[in-house]
Design a protein around this ligand. Structure first.
Ligand SMILES: Cc1cc2nc3c(=O)[nH]c(=O)nc-3n(C[C@H](O)[C@H](O)[C@H](O)COP(=O)(O)O)c2cc1C
Length: 183
């Protein structure tokens, strides 16, 4: 099984990256092949809404996003990870999601599975807005929801606690896939 993890964090040493690492390690322990992309490190431009993907197969912009379309096709599970920023997804994740607009024009069923992994600084971040965004994208792309985990309170919490939660989420997700051909 293959997973593609979109890391929408801003800091390589932050909670989002720590959660992605622990989650990926969990899946790899179960024999998964995991590819994690630190989105901020890629050159991903904004969707301009040019609508050329309405009539062509893919996006006309050639940049860091270009190989990601193929990676999504190949994976069984897409994981979208991000910190909550002003009660929404980080712009790094949202920019990448917007660039999946070709999938909106070429919708199909049975597009695999998607999951979410979020964190937020306050004791009670508004995770709901971001979950709505990523779940709506997953549904648009014909993906079924494999679950999500949200870690609040990063302003005061230990990064190791976030890793523990993400690792447990990884085990849960792997369990859900066990023995099934999900694509
Ligand atoms: C621009 C910005 C906006 C933020 N907005 C929120 C917010 O609305 N709610 C919240 O709980 N935390 C908010 N935070 C805190 C981050 O979610 C938190 O610091 C998180 O751990 C950052 O992810 P990282 O550790 O992977 O860098 C914000 C942080 C930044 C930089």
């Amino acid at each position: 099984m293959k997973a593609l993890v979109l890391n929408g964090g801003g800091r390589r040493g932050g909670f989002t990256t720590a959660m992605c690492g622990a989650f990926s390690a969990s899946l790899e322990k179960e024999g998964w092949d995991v590819c994690e992309l630190f989105l901020l490190g890629l050159d991903i431009g904004h969707c301009t809404g040019c609508e050329q993907c309405r009539s062509s197969d893919g996006c006309v912009i050639s940049d860091g996003m270009t190989p990601v379309y193929g990676m999504l096709e190949e994976c069984d599970l897409l994981v979208m990870a991000a910190p909550v920023r002003f009660s929404g997804p980080s712009s790094m994740l949202k920019t990448a999601i917007d660039r999946f607009q070709p999938l909106w024009h070429h919708r199909k069923e049975g597009g695999g599975y998607a999951a979410g992994m979020l964190c937020g600084g306050s004791a009670a971040p508004n995770f709901g807005n971001t979950l709505t965004v990523i779940r709506s994208f997953a549904a648009t792309a014909g993906m079924s929801w494999a679950g999500d985990t949200c870690f609040p309170g990063t302003d005061r919490a230990l990064i190791t606690d976030a890793e523990t939660q993400a690792a447990e989420f990884g085990r849960r997700v792997a369990d859900g896939f066990r023995g099934t051909e999900r694509r």
